[in-house]
Design a protein around this ligand. Structure first.
Ligand code: F6P
Length: 380
């Protein structure tokens, strides 16, 4: 039987290392185990296999990739696998498209004799993988088949894993951008509103704002953090304490939740604010920036490569021994994760149910942000 490996969803630095680690760990134990790479994420499962997969790959396929960002296997999102939330007008068509996709994908997996599919990606990919696994088992009930998920996403919002591959590299990219932006913002005595990716979660914005020394962070999970009135109060308190420039980090999820013009409206209010105008003798200029996909690029950090090594090898352990490092055996579809220095294994079902893992007001990092960033009653 064959182990299939693919990367899926938004690329994340360290994905290549995870592929390499899974490959090497599998082959270390079973040199003859056949390994197959699917190209372009789940899309590669449902295409002609000669163009969308690399069969029986040998170690040359994973040479010179450990330092490279992105994913050499390619990735993608498959809209057929994702139904929009809420009522959908064309539900029947969408379900039919999903069935058509799944039919081809499971037939290909069957034909290629894949009994384990390693999916390196985020929570959306794990949801897709669950559908594929269920479809496979209903189509071919006597053929063994399992999915092993490896968390890789700059959003760091996967339930059960303290960190996901790519988060640390993205964090460093964003902090680097904040440091660069600080030079120009400070020189001009401006306020900058900087949008940071993260989908529906605020982890990347929150941690980069803390590490980068931002004055304000706005995340979608905490309504008060993106309330314009409260932010203005905090900025006015800063002005009273001689702040003359501001770095405001906003998670992209705030724009999804509070309107795409959230930053524009906040910028206009900062420029018009009478407290700031009076203290400065005129308006404080505001500039809007978005780090966007730059957060996802570049070489993986050393931490991400270490994590990717641990989790890729843990996926191989689950496939070959049933578990990792003394963790209870999970029979069905599984996801490996990290808890402190230890790889752990969870069921795919619980990871899908619990994701996305969101920031709460009680999260130690959120609590820290309240201690380190501007408050409306800034006491010093
Ligand atoms: O999930 C990773 C992520 O970078 C999110 O932070 C962001 O919302 C999304 O992917 C962007 O997706 P795309 O690359 O498809 O534009």
């Amino acid at each position: 039987m064959t182990v299939g490996i693919l990367t899926s969803g938004g690329d994340a630095p360290g994905m290549n290392t995870a592929v390499r680690a899974a490959f090497r760990a599998l082959k270390m134990r079973e040199p003859d185990r056949e390994i197959l790479f699917f190209r372009d994420g789940f899309r590669g499962l449902a295409r002609r296999l000669d163009s969308a997969s690399d069969r029986n790959v040998d170690r040359r396929a994973i040479r010179d990739i450990i330092h490279r960002g992105g994913t050499f296997l390619g990735t993608g999102r498959v809209p057929e696998l994702r139904l929009p939330e809420g009522p959908v007008a064309d539900l029947e068509e969408r379900l039919a498209a999903r069935e058509a996709f799944l039919r081809v994908a499971v037939a290909n997996l069957y034909q290629m004799q894949v009994d384990h599919l390693v999916v390196i990606g985020g929570d959306g990919s794990f949801r897709g993988a669950k559908l594929i696994a269920e479809s496979f088992r209903s189509a071919f009930p006597r053929r063994p088949f399992r999915v092993i998920g490896v968390p890789a996403s700059i959003d760091n919002d996967i339930f059960g894993s303290q960190y996901s591959i790519g988060f640390d590299s993205a964090l460093n990219n964003v902090v680097d951008a904040i440091r660069k932006i600080r030079d120009t913002v400070e020189s001009h005595k401006r306020a900058i509103i900087l949008e940071v990716m993260g989908n529906t979660s605020g982890w990347l914005a929150l941690q980069s704002a803390i590490a980068g020394g931002a004055a304000i962070v706005a995340i979608p999970e905490v309504e008060a953090s993106y309330d314009h009135d409260l932010i203005l109060q905090r900025l006015a308190a800063g002005i009273r304490r001689d702040y003359r420039y501001f770095i405001i980090v906003v998670a992209e999820g705030v724009h999804k939740r509070a309107g795409a013009d959230w930053s524009i409206r906040l910028g206009a209010r900062i420029e018009a604010d009478p407290r700031i105008r009076e203290a400065l003798g005129g308006a404080m200029e505001v500039r809007l920036n978005s780090i966007g996909h730059l957060a996802r690029g570049g070489s993986p950090s050393a931490l991400d490569n270490t994590l990717a090594g641990l989790l890729g090898a843990a996926a191989a352990d689950v496939i070959q021994t049933g578990s990792v490092g003394g963790e209870p055996v999970i029979e069905g579809d599984a996801v490996v994760g990290i808890h402190g220095p230890f790889p752990v294994v969870l069921s795919l079902e619980e990871v899908v149910q619990g994701s996305p893992r969101l920031v709460t007001v009680q999260s130690p990092l959120y609590q820290l942000s309240e201690k380190l960033m501007l408050q409306a009653e800034q006491p010093f």
